[in-house]
Design a protein around this ligand. Sequence first.
Ligand code: UDP
Length: 235
Amino acid sequence: MKENILGVDVCDQTYDQLASHLLSDIENKRKSFIVAINPEKIMKAQEDESLRNLLNAATYQIPDGVGVLIASKLKKGNIKERVTGIDMMMKLCEQAHLHEKKVFLYGAKPGIADEAKAKLEEMYPGIHIVGTLNGYEKDEKVIEETINGSGAEIIFVALGSPTQENWIINHKEKLAPYVYQGVGGSFDVISGRLNRAPAFFQRLGLEWFYRLIKEPWRFKRQLILPKFLIKVLKG
Ligand code: UDP
């Protein structure tokens, strides 16, 4: 089921429910597209209709960001837990490993997707990561041929938002994979180039607080959260 938060759809499924939908999408050769939703994107979508349409065009809008969870609670919705982009990616890799589905990593600076591939192969020995491509390769023909030639069924696209979402919408019909997920900076995190907040902060939904301490200049971006919640309450 989907809930609509200020004009943007958000799914209320858990990781396991989403994983089983995604596997059945692959089995039934259906194309699907996962986008992570956070308060920042919802606020941008208020003024940007094309962004709103893009987010709503995804098959699964996952509730990334604790603000989305709070918004759902305020509106007596059903979203029970956060589904973060990176954890959804890990869940999909686990499923790909278990069910022998082929995975492709596209995006980030040269070398990073290969490092992320090596880390994922350590975590899920035997996983079929059938190709990688850096996010600065702009030759359309090379991109299409590399992805289609790999036989991938699941592709993670790490080009940043909303570039990756636009790329997915514009390419998925001519590409072979069935499942498309936009994952932002996740390859940088998986490769070990960028640290995620410690588990303690993650468990409490306080990753934003950890980032605020480490990168205080993000303060302005984080002011969006109270503005967003006030808008949800009024709306
Ligand atoms: N990136 C890319 N190609 C580009 C621009 C960016 O592959 O033309 C990559 C960049 O190296 C980084 C990711 O996209 O790995 C953007 O991560 P960010 O955390 O900024 O994602 P967002 O917060 O926008 O979801």
